[in-house]
Design a protein around this ligand. Structure first.
Ligand SMILES: NC(=[NH2+])NCCC[C@H](N)C(=O)O
Ligand SMILES: [Mn+2]
Ligand SMILES: [Mn+2]
Length: 303
């Protein structure tokens, strides 16, 4: 059966302090995502963009001081997450594979919750960062550094109905490619039941065994896996158009190998591409890369 991918744009930057990431969905569409997927034999539907609310104070959220245990634009993040969760859940109900286009990584709160609405899911999180802060541990107050903790109901997020993903067990959550964690965030990750592979694991073992393990852990006893791809997972030389670049990321080939394994595993339930910031990009190459990697994850083959 051919797979149908449903594109859902989430043009938001409320979770990040770098404006411009809200133009990610346009940049990714402009890079030819729909055409590339069609060429790879995938049926494509485009649900358009979510109606992202306008903030009262657009330039910045001055009510939040750094490290004061709050989160910037949390009401706007809630609104976007709720819309996205509904879209993701309805795509799945229609038999399509949701492909959420960010936007900053706070959108994962919505996509994970939507994917886990009627199912038990696992998550593979390809990222330089852990995104495991809570308002009290976050050094920045930016919600894009918090979505995994939010989905898992950790710390301040315990019992936060709109953010928690019911069908998600931390034992099925796997982070891959970590290289930039805050000190308190490290502790929260260690105290949780998630599995975390750093860049050192990839250096030592190679990308293939690490991703093989990640998919097995995420998929075990679940109905499928949500794959969250933060483009800052890749080395900034390959993906310059991101708000929080960190040296020493995976290469173009390693990234393709990983996402081809996602396709081969057969466990992919939902996908998201986040943190593409066209203002910081060079000739839209990060959006093009996101497009190519999505095609690999959805089953594109060279021969
Ligand atoms: N999705 C991202 N790019 N997250 C970056 C998070 C950076 C930092 N750890 C913070 O919490 O502010
Ligand atoms: Mn990141
Ligand atoms: Mn991230």
């Amino acid at each position: 059966m051919t797979r149908t991918a449903r594109l859902i744009g989430a043009p938001t930057d409320y979770g990040a302090n770098r404006r411009g990431v809200d133009m990610g969905p346009s940049a990714i569409r402009y890079a030819g995502l729909a055409a590339q997927l069609a060429k790879a034999g995938i049926d494509v539907e485009d649900a358009g963009d979510l109606n992202v609310p306008l903030a009262d104070e657009r330039a910045q959220d001055d009510s939040v001081e750094l490290g004061d245990g709050q989160a910037r634009f949390i009401d706007e993040v809630e609104e976007v997450s709720t819309l996205l969760a509904d879209e993701v859940a309805s795509a799945l109900r229609d038999g399509s594979t949701p492909v959420a286009l960010g936007g900053d990584h706070s959108i994962a709160i919505g996509s994970v919750r939507g994917s886990a609405r009627d199912a038990d899911i696992g998550v593979v999180w390809f990222d330089a960062h852990g995104d495991f802060n809570t308002p009290s541990t976050s050094p920045s107050g930016n919600v894009h550094g918090m979505p995994l903790a939010a989905a898992l109901g950790i710390g301040d997020f315990e019992g936060v109905e709109w953010a928690n993903a019911r069908g998600l067990n931390p034992e099925n959550v796997v982070l891959v490619g970590l290289r930039d964690l805050d000190e308190t965030e490290k502790r929260v990750i260690r105290e949780s039941d998630v599995t975390a592979y750093t860049m050192s694991d990839i250096d030592e073992r190679g990308i293939t065994p690490v991703v093989e393990d990640a998919l097995a852990v995420a998929g075990e006893d679940t109905d499928g896996v949500h794959v969250s791809l933060d483009l800052d997972w890749l080395d900034p030389k390959e993906a310059p158009g991101v708000g929080t670049p960190v040296r020493g990321g995976v290469s173009y080939r390693e990234a393709h190998a990983a996402l081809e394994m996602v396709a081969t595993s057969g466990v992919l339930r939902s996908l998201e591409l986040v943190e593409v910031n066209p203002i910081l990009d060079q000739h839209n190459e990060t959006a093009e890369l996101a497009t190519e990697l999505a095609a690999s994850a959805l089953g594109k083959r060279i021969l």
